[in-house]
Design a binder for this molecule. Structure first.
Ligand SMILES: [Zn+2]
Length: 427
């Protein structure tokens, strides 16, 4: 290997590891601020006697404008808003804007809501790209190649870059993994500030498959700043002081994060090893019960992302899903903090077909038979009906893997058939 080629390769790897944009010191650090919802899309809302109508779209805009004003005071930052007024840009136009502007960081601000009307769920949580999103992010990164690599100025450095070569693909995969690591870092800083500075309750940093994160070719976080249907949270996030504190916490996190990025550029030595994804997915088993709860039942203590799986007549309630050890541990802690003291993490082999048996969907369970004229009977006329201990069970479909069943469940839910339960039948 000639020294010239070696230099080129080394430089290329350096760019991969320490950020394409930040290596040029004079370049501004571009942050896209995304105020969730807007216009006719109000987001989560709730009316209170003393607070009036508390609407997510107004809170997210209030926080984002305060945060943007702080960042704009520094010449180091360029701030791009997906909206500055009460309008609704589509999710795709929000991510397109971020990718086009070659942003260094994407911050989406939202307000949470749990499904039960009187919420015990409270506090903040921050989402990063989910366990199954890597492929999509990779596709986006490939599609955005010209944007990422072929800047007029960078063109010479990347003249040898060919996005379809396996070597380049590996480089892109490393880049994707770096985005996730960077997102986890900034997410952790935000949640830490909420706890330490603002004395909020934090539900941690989590992975979730969300469109607005999936389509971004840069480190991205989505911050849920509080629950609209929890009175204390609603009062805080709808107040000027509360919004100012939230904006300051996010601002401080961005400043700390930028310092880490800058230090990485200058001192490449103390690079922390990138956390590698595990082979298996991990869900947290909250409890096993003969009772069939809907996902918003108080028995589930306000936790979201619940997946019930029925097995041998028992409903097992699983919480969240990740293939990263650090996030699995956070999820387990969240479950225990919520009151599931015997919660344990269970590993799932992705896309594993059952040796014998299959997965099916339990559409309905109840004392009465379904009316043959009901909408669900018309939509799924070939349901299988069984009766056990005076309860009628209606099931539909046969699926080889849990992932297939989850997909079918989602499709049914989109058609209005909700609260179905995946059943594992091993005989
Ligand atoms: Zn939202």
């Amino acid at each position: 290997m000639s020294s010239h080629i070696f230099y080129r390769k080394f430089f290329f790897l350096l760019m991969i590891f320490f950020g394409f944009n930040s290596i040029f010191a004079q370049k501004k650090f571009t942050v896209v601020l995304d105020a969730g919802h807007g216009g006719s899309d109000t987001g989560a809302q709730r009316s209170y006697g003393d607070l009036g109508l508390v609407q997510e779209k107004n809170i997210t805009l209030g926080i984002v404008l305060k945060l943007g004003r702080m960042l704009e005071k520094s010449k180091d930052f360029k701030v791009i808003y997906t909206r500055k007024v009460d309008e609704y840009p589509s999710l795709t136009s929000r991510t397109d804007l971020a990718n086009r502007s070659k942003a260094d960081l994407f911050v989406s601000v939202h307000v949470n809501s749990s499904r039960s009307s009187s919420s015990t769920a409270q506090g903040t949580e921050t989402f990063v790209q989910g366990p199954n999103q890597n492929k999509t992010n990779l596709d986006v990164a490939k599609a955005e190649n010209d944007v990422i690599f072929l800047d007029e100025k960078d063109k010479e450095n990347f003249a040898s870059y060919n996005p379809s070569s396996p070597e380049s693909l590996i480089a892109l995969k490393i880049q994707q993994s770096k985005y996730l690591q960077a997102s986890l870092t900034i997410g952790g800083l935000v949640e830490e500030n909420f706890v330490k500075k603002d004395k909020r309750m934090s539900r941690g940093v989590k992975q979730e498959n969300l469109h607005v994160l999936r389509m971004n070719a840069m480190p991205s976080i989505l911050i849920e700043t509080g629950f609209v249907n929890n009175y204390d949270d609603a009062r805080y996030i709808s107040s000027e002081d509360g919004q100012q504190s939230i904006a300051e916490s996010i601002y401080n996190a961005i400043i700390s994060y930028k310092k880490l990025v800058d230090r990485n550029v200058k001192e490449p030595e103390p690079e922390k090893p990138v956390e590698q994804p595990l082979k298996n997915d991990f869900r947290i088993l909250l409890m096993s019960s003969p009772s069939r709860y809907t996902v918003d039942d108080p028995a589930l203590k306000g936790l979201k992302y619940i997946l019930p799986i029925k097995e041998n007549g028992f409903y097992k309630y699983y919480y969240a899903n990740t293939n990263y050890a650090s996030i699995r541990d956070t999820n387990l802690k969240t479950a225990k903090d919520a009151g599931f003291r015997n919660a344990i993490s269970i590993s799932f082999v992705p896309n594993q077909a059952l040796g014998t048996g299959y997965y099916t969907l339990e559409i309905y369970a109840g004392k009465d038979k379904l009316d043959s004229k009901s909408a669900v009977m018309k939509m799924l006329p070939d349901m299988e009906r069984t009766k056990e201990n005076g309860i009628f069970y209606y099931t539909h479909g046969r699926y080889r893997t849990l992932e297939d069943a989850v997909k079918a469940q989602k499709e049914l839910s989109d058609k209005g058939v909700t609260n179905t339960v995946i059943e594992k039948r091993t005989k």
